[in-house]
Write a protein that binds this ligand. Structure first.
Ligand SMILES: [Zn+2]
Ligand SMILES: [Zn+2]
Length: 220
């Protein structure tokens, strides 16, 4: 089936249009992958994406943020991934993640950020769940726990500004039965204001999680 799809709809590089793959080797090499991480608040560079002080951390409930690249670098790939399921794209993102996760703890629970039910109906998949699965294959002794979900009532985040986003998110995420939580790797595709990651972290910590490392493909 994939073979036939490739004949009728040949894959083209999202950057240069060359046929054959979602991104060609040359364009992949041009992606500016983060060599250093940053304090999630003030963006001062560091090795592990931790906050530089309690002051920087005061509005956040996760403990660390690992980012693969700036959004502008992989925008076209992410947009394609959001609207079309592709195993090849997952392979490409896995390569990016592998690079950033070298210093990450193994022995953690990997939890995908939940997707709004409307988006799930539209797409048929949760992109964060696919990334979370990829991470369990990169890091030894990790276990996937898909325990967060969104209440159907909340409006979609994209239409709202930061203060409305925070209000809209409050108590919108629920947790389903899960094993004892300790170190969490929380996975989402993009971070913008951090409000979704924050709300997920709040729910996870209320449920007993000790440390939450958020991991995203890109920061917008
Ligand atoms: Zn290309
Ligand atoms: Zn800082």
């Amino acid at each position: 089936m994939n073979f036939l799809l490739d004949i009728f709809f040949p894959k083209v590089c999202v950057e240069c249009g060359k046929e054959g793959s979602d991104i060609c080797d040359e364009c992949f090499l041009k992606i500016d992958i983060r060599k250093n991480q940053q304090c999630p608040h003030c963006k001062r560079e560091n090795a592990n994406g931790k906050f530089c002080s309690n002051h920087c951390q005061k509005d956040y409930l996760f403990d660390q943020l690992i980012v693969c690249a700036d959004y502008s670098q992989i925008k076209n790939l992410i947009i394609k991934f959001k609207y079309k399921f592709s195993k090849d794209l997952i392979k490409i993102f896995t390569k990016l993640l592998k690079n950033e996760l070298k210093n990450c703890t193994s022995g953690a629970h990997v939890v995908p950020a939940p997707i709004h039910k409307k988006n799930f109906k539209k797409r048929g998949f949760n992109q964060s769940l696919l990334l979370a699965k990829a991470i369990t294959q990169i890091l030894p002794n990790t276990k996937l726990i898909d325990c967060l979900s969104e209440k159907e009532s909340r409006s979609q985040q994209a239409h709202l500004d930061r203060s409305h986003r925070l209000n809209n998110l409050k108590n919108s995420i629920t947790i389903t039965p899960h094993p004892q939580l300790k170190n969490i790797l929380l996975i989402d595709d993009i971070v913008t204001t951090g409000s979704t990651l924050n709300e997920c972290s709040r729910v996870l910590k209320n449920a007993g999680a000790k440390h939450v490392t958020a991991i995203v493909l890109a920061r917008n």
